[in-house]
Design a protein around this ligand. Structure first.
Ligand SMILES: Cc1ncc(COP(=O)(O)O)c(C=O)c1O
Length: 398
């Protein structure tokens, strides 16, 4: 590709680290490298930095600093919330409720717990990926101990009615966990107002470093530890702290939550330009996810008669980074469990493309994609015997 400019449209997979975040982190690799558990002054500097990041994260969520625990990322936070609550509350009941469209960090954790004797209800979603609060209400039994429903979906961007779902769980005295990994920086959050007992987040989704995240645990929630060892994180999460990572998380969360409405106006305008441009130029396209209740930067579309994987290769050739589903499953030829849950036929699930916009993008980037993508789709459709047979050349959008 030589000096070809890269257009990065995969912000839901991960983001670049903002320069201000990196600047804040660097001294904690070199000058302030002390182990926060030690007693000398450079150790105290590390501890102070962790406390500041904890306070910043708490402010963002409307939580108290003592309710924030740093982890290695979204997967650990999800595992801890679900396994921790399940094992600590086993005597009260063995039933967990989640949805069919969760990230695998939640789904595979629930499947693991099923093998341990827990029962899990996987709530369905509608054609847009929305959970119906009435379905939650009817699924709760006297054995239910935990509800885990994501704030916003990583593949189709649909934003769930979390406050309403949280209120239902609270009314039934059932713990409510939400995977907010995709929500931070896009949606203003308030754990108290939304009746959230546990919330997962991950720094690399909001311009922070990889390998660091947090779990909010409301005071009073009964939860077992996941990582056993030393007494870090107030004896709840062992392991010498990833100080630079935690400092980066704190700085990143401060930056991305400083002006969510302003950020959303810009990113949403890019998203809508992309959606309209693609729909105008390419026939037989379907927008997946909710038309309005979706993340500002999420575009997920299905193209009839096309394999998403082939589209990705051609886009990559043109310097455009995109994805077919979640990054963790791209590379597998299984259709997306999220798209299937919305009722999308298998063929259309295979023909899906996710473009997620963020701070790396400009209008010019969007226009390049609007120019390049139709050519790729036309080329791939020309190679498809099914497309020719369908007689849909020049057809309309679905
Ligand atoms: C919704 C959601 N939950 C959890 C994760 C896992 O986060 P991490 O990569 O920090 O382990 C991701 C990452 O793709 C995600 O999108």
């Amino acid at each position: 590709m030589g000096s070809q400019r890269i257009i990065y449209m995969d912000h839901s997979a991960t983001t670049f680290v903002k320069p201000e975040v990196l600047d804040a982190m660097i001294p904690y690799f070199t000058e302030h490298f002390g182990n926060p558990s030690s007693v000398y002054s450079i150790a105290r500097d590390s501890k102070k930095a962790i406390d500041a990041a904890r306070a910043q994260t708490a402010r963002t969520l409307g939580a108290d600093p003592e309710e924030i625990y740093f982890t290695s990322g979204g997967s650990e936070s999800d595992n801890w919330a679900i396994k921790g609550v399940a094992f600590a509350n086993r005597k009260r009941g063995n039933h967990i409720i989640t949805t069919q469209i969760e990230h695998h960090a939640v789904l595979h954790t629930c499947q693991f717990l099923e093998k341990e004797g827990f029962e899990v209800t996987y709530l369905p979603v509608d054609q847009y990926g929305l959970v119906n609060p009435r379905d939650l209400e009817t699924a709760i039994t006297d054995k239910t101990i935990l509800v885990s429903i994501m704030y916003a979906n990583n593949e189709i961007g649909t934003i769930e009615p979390v406050a309403e779902l949280g209120a239902i769980a609270r009314r039934h005295k059932v713990y409510f966990h939400t995977d907010a990994v995709q929500a931070i920086g896009n949606i203003p959050l308030d754990v108290k107002a939304s009746n959230i007992d546990l919330l997962s987040l991950s720094a690399h989704k909001f311009y922070g470093p990889k390998g660091v995240g947090a779990l909010y645990i409301r005071k009073g929630v009964r939860i077992d530890n996941l990582i056993h060892g030393g007494g870090q994180e107030r004896k709840r999460r062992a392991g010498t702290e990833n100080i630079a990572g935690i400092v980066g998380l704190g700085k990143a969360i401060e930056l991305v939550t400083a002006d969510i409405p302003g950020h959303n106006v810009r990113i949403q305008a890019l998203r809508d330009r992309l959606i309209h441009g693609v729909r105008e130029k390419i026939p037989s396209v379907r927008l997946n996810g909710h038309p309005e209740k979706r993340l500002p930067g999420n575009v997920n579309m299905s193209f009839e008669y096309i394999e998403g994987e082939s589209m990705l290769l051609w886009l990559d050739d043109a310097g455009i980074c995109a994805s077919t589903g979640s990054a963790c499953t791209s590379g597998s030829l299984e259709p997306s469990h999220v798209l299937l849950a919305t009722g999308l036929p298998v063929e259309l699930s295979h023909g899906s493309l996710r473009l997620t916009l963020g701070d790396a993008n400009t209008e010019a980037d969007v226009d390049v994609v609007i120019e390049v993508l139709p050519k790729i789709v036309t080329k791939l459709r020309e190679m498809s015997p099914l497309y020719k047979k369908s007689g849909k050349e020049g057809g309309c959008n679905v």
